[in-house]
Design a protein around this ligand. Structure first.
Ligand SMILES: Nc1ncnc2c1ncn2[C@@H]1O[C@H](COP(=O)(O)OP(=O)(O)O)[C@@H](O)[C@H]1O
Ligand SMILES: [Mg+2]
Length: 385
């Protein structure tokens, strides 16, 4: 089977709308409108998860080709031969496993738009094939005797790489780069447009609420503050995933900061803190991070987190974060937490009374979810960003 590996699809009508009204998104919206009108090739750039595919789809939907197919294919990690046959098609028997004719995605997109995601990951050989197609509009089907019909597709590409740099390093053909980049749309990272965050949250809270049949969830002011100051290294994709987890986990009606993933709850925005504070914050964060990691490497709580706390190297909030990262993995069980933090089972009482004494015992109910686990996963995976 060829297709499933590729995550390619001939897209049916899709109603994902592009959310974002921030100043930073205005040029993107304007570029979408003008490129939709022009019909020229578009290269969409930006970090992973910023919404390049959403932009591509929106361009198609606003263009004269809107009634024709929008076909997407992700070029990353796909072996050459597979990518070639998926794009250009093959005839039956042209290679082992080619049990029937495949018209190829370009042909299926005739009259419409083809979106090549992660085009920077294409091999040089595939780049040459793509360039030839762009120059002639002709498809050379694998195994076909004659160079076949011309087709009319609009090509939109996207990449998170700097293709000019890749061209200098001879990993990407410069001539192909200029051919693809008739119109460039740069999608800014989410941290550059925090004012879009509340609307994205609202959209995905509603969306996943409906998907998972959960009641509506509100976001408290304090939680919103954390969510809008977080840097979102994974951009909108990360936000979407976080919201889905919240919808599944928070019983409602309101999301409070302590329900947020640890990397968001504990995030310290570097810019607001000024250089010295920022450095302190980083090393402080690294300390907590380091402790979680040591716990993950089978070091006892009594020789790692405990002495750090007693020596005031870490704060009460830090200790709560550490406890929380563990409880998240034990689904709220303090008994399993004792083992997870590499203490003998007999230390259960001593551990609990320590936490109580210092007000670091978190209510376990919040970590309870449907799934039960008998063996906790190692800590240390829960990194503090
Ligand atoms: N502006 C946006 N509005 C709504 N959803 C978005 C937006 N940008 C991205 N998303 C969502 O975030 C996820 C990642 O978007 P995608 O376009 O695949 O990113 P990229 O191709 O840049 O890695 C998708 O689920 C997409 O629907
Ligand atoms: Mg993508």
């Amino acid at each position: 089977m060829l297709t499933p590996l590729l995550r390619s699809s001939v897209v049916k009508p899709h109603h994902q709308s592009l959310i974002g009204t921030s100043d930073a998104m205005q040029p993107v919206l304007a570029d979408i409108e003008s490129s939709a009108r022009s019909g020229a090739k578009v290269l969409i750039t930006g970090e992973t998860g910023v919404g390049k595919e959403v932009v591509a789809r929106t361009v198609h939907q606003r263009s004269a080709r809107q009634a024709a197919p929008f076909v997407t294919i992700n070029c990353a990690g796909v072996p050459d031969s597979l990518l070639e046959s998926e794009l250009f098609g093959h005839t039956r028997g042209s290679f082992t496993g080619a049990v029937r004719d495949n018209p190829g995605l370009l042909r299926q997109a005739d009259g419409g738009t083809v979106f090549l995601d992660e085009v920077g990951e294409m091999s040089l050989r595939m780049q040459a094939l793509l360039l030839r197609f762009l120059e002639t509009g002709e498809i050379q089907t694998i195994g076909a005797v004659t160079a076949s019909s011309k087709i009319d597709v609009r090509v939109i590409t996207a990449t998170n790489r700097n293709l000019l740099e890749a061209a200098t390093a001879r990993e990407f053909r410069e001539d192909l780069y200029y051919r693809l980049n008739v119109f460039e749309i740069r999608v800014p990272p989410l941290r550059g447009r925090p004012s879009d965050i509340p609307m994205l949250l609202e959209y995905y809270l509603r969306w996943f609420g409906e998907q998972h049949r959960q009641g509506p969830l509100a976001v408290s002011e304090a939680a919103m503050d954390r969510l809008t100051s977080y840097a979102w290294p994974g951009n909108v994709r990360e936000l979407r995933n976080v919201v889905e987890r919240l919808v599944l986990r928070v019983q409602g009606p309101t999301i409070e900061p302590d329900a947020l993933p640890i990397e968001i709850a504990s995030y310290v925005p570097a810019a607001q803190e000024g250089p010295i504070h920022a450095r302190e914050a980083v090393s402080h964060k690294a300390r907590v991070d380091g402790l979680i990691e040591r716990l993950g490497q089978k070091e006892s709580f009594w020789t790692s987190a405990y002495p750090a706390f007693m020596a005031r190297d870490i704060t009460r909030d830090d200790m709560r974060l550490i406890v929380r990262s563990g409880l998240e993995q034990t689904h709220g069980s303090y008994r399993l937490l004792v083992g997870l933090f590499n203490m003998p089972a007999d230390d259960y009482k001593r551990f609990l009374s320590f936490l109580k004494q210092h007000d670091c015992n978190l209510p376990f109910q919040r970590f309870r979810s449907g799934a039960k686990i008998s063996q906790p996963v190692r800590p240390g995976m829960a990194k503090i960003a």
